[in-house]
Design a binder for this molecule. Sequence first.
Ligand SMILES: [Zn+2]
Length: 221
Amino acid sequence: MESSKRIEQRMRALALARDCAELGARVRTIHHITGISTRELVRLLFTQREQPPRGRAPDTREWYHSANLLCRTEASVIASNFRRLRSMGIAAGEALVCAYRYYQSVYQPPPRISFDRAFDLASHTEALWIAKASSFTMVECKTCGSEYLDAIGSIAIEARHCPFCRLVRRVEVDPRIRGSFPHSAPMDPQIAARFLRQLDSQPDRESPPNSSPFKVDPTKP
Ligand SMILES: [Zn+2]
């Protein structure tokens, strides 16, 4: 019985590693998410022709404050969905993969937010993996109802801080920015079905899913 559980956990970790690699994750990121050693990940996932991404891993804590409005809204969409999935009982690694795939499905490529950045962002928002404490928090805008990332300790000045409200105002004076908006409306039922299927395949999830709607419209004020 114990050995079959270990086998199942191992299979889940390997499947998760493959999903992360497909989304362009660095070896270090996959290691933190799955617990599989970097050496084994390189051996399993990469060949001489397909090398893992190199270079310095992103540090979201500095980046977010100088990022433009589009990057801030997209980072907020990922972080918000990640948190919702976690609250539905989905394990952190699977939740990040789902939130990132959803983000890719509604925004036009190439993505402004890499999977590694999404990982760093989720870590520093939920105090997971590489972060001992949270540097960010999710704030709900009282004007538009969107959830956005903000640094912990900063004083929210309502709509002036909300990147969604600021983006909407910017669109009014700069129509070119519209081209960066999601090309289709979020597919709530399909995404919800995908999450539920994933939950079904996780017998040891932390808690049962709830029926709260999964709703994000990144362009909606
Ligand atoms: Zn707002």
